[in-house]
Design a protein around this ligand. Structure first.
Ligand code: GUN
Length: 287
């Protein structure tokens, strides 16, 4: 395997350990960071994600609470819950697990979260801050991808970065973060003509579409850094990323595995953001 494996699990453990001092300083001021997760419906993947986030909180010294609602919950009941959490001084971070059921307007629910508690970074105020290069909460997955790239020592300035996937959660914010590091960024999507021709130009290739093994070896430049954001459950119950790992690892220079790559970093960055939100609540500005 010529590609260097970027181990997200061990980096995530390091990032979480780095929060220890900040958590102790907060404790000395009588503050324990608290995260509230809002979970609607029975989507099995969402349940696993929320459980993993709550477990990571508990392991790191962050208080966590989960507010569960049935699939058919009304928007007003959900907005009432968010308003209560906004006003609760023990809650520093709020996350609304996505996707929400169709009858709910996700944009309206996300807009109701106080930007100071928006540890997922999905509120327009935080996404706008990212666009303008001002301090704010950056969504966990793109922030985690940047930490992985930095940790692996992947050069970014002047390099071609190609992101496959244009979501507001991953693709678009990640493009802004890579741009801040002086990469030349291309975002591809379902209407992109000759996707392989574009991805083959990439020095840094990020797959974030949710299509199992979409990225084959023929789509990757030799020596490229390939970051796999996808988590897809196959018919046999196993997990696969958006990258054909077995094939691409022979071509790439660096590669992230699934599981154990980006996923644990998303959770670690959520913890970082929750600690920052707790600090913000006692007057320490975001940087
Ligand atoms: N659904 C998929 N990814 C995420 C995430 O990072 N946060 C939330 N809240 N929902 C998601």
């Amino acid at each position: 395997m010529p590609a260097k494996l970027i181990d997200g699990k061990s980096l995530a453990a390091m990032v979480r350990a780095e929060q220890k001092d900040a958590i102790e300083s907060l404790a000395a001021r009588g503050v324990r960071p608290g995260l509230a997760a809002v979970l609607v419906g029975d989507d099995p993947a969402s349940r696993v994600y929320v459980r993993n986030k709550a477990r990571a909180c508990n392991e790191t010294g962050v208080r966590s609470e989960v507010h569960e609602f049935p699939e058919q919950v009304s928007e007003s009941a959900l907005l009432e819950c968010v308003a209560r959490l906004n006003a609760d001084p023990r809650v520093h971070g709020i996350l609304v697990q996505l996707p929400l059921p169709r009858q709910l307007d996700a944009a309206r629910v996300l807009a109701a979260v106080s930007p100071e508690k928006d540890v997922d970074g999905f509120h327009a105020a935080n996404l706008g801050a990212l666009l303008q290069g001002r301090p704010g909460f950056v969504p966990g997955t793109p922030a985690g991808v940047m930490r992985l790239l930095e940790h692996a020592g992947v050069p970014l300035a002047g390099r071609q970065a190609v992101i496959v996937g244009r979501s507001t959660i991953v693709g678009k914010p990640l493009a802004l973060l890579l741009l801040q590091k002086d990469a030349t960024v291309t975002i591809c999507h379902s209407k992109t003509a000759d996707l392989a021709a574009v991805t083959r130009q990439a020095d840094i290739l990020v797959a974030a579409v949710g299509s199992a093994k979409l990225i084959g070896a023929d789509m990757v430049k030799a020596g490229a850094c390939v970051v796999d954001v996808g988590i897809n459950r196959l018919a046999d119950g196993t997990l696969a990323g958006d990258v054909d790992f077995a094939a691409v690892k022979e071509t790439a220079g660096w590669i992230t595995p699934v599981p154990g790559g980006v996923g644990p970093m998303t959770v670690a960055m959520l913890i970082v953001n929750t600690v920052r939100a707790a600090e913000l609540s006692i007057g320490k500005p975001l940087v």
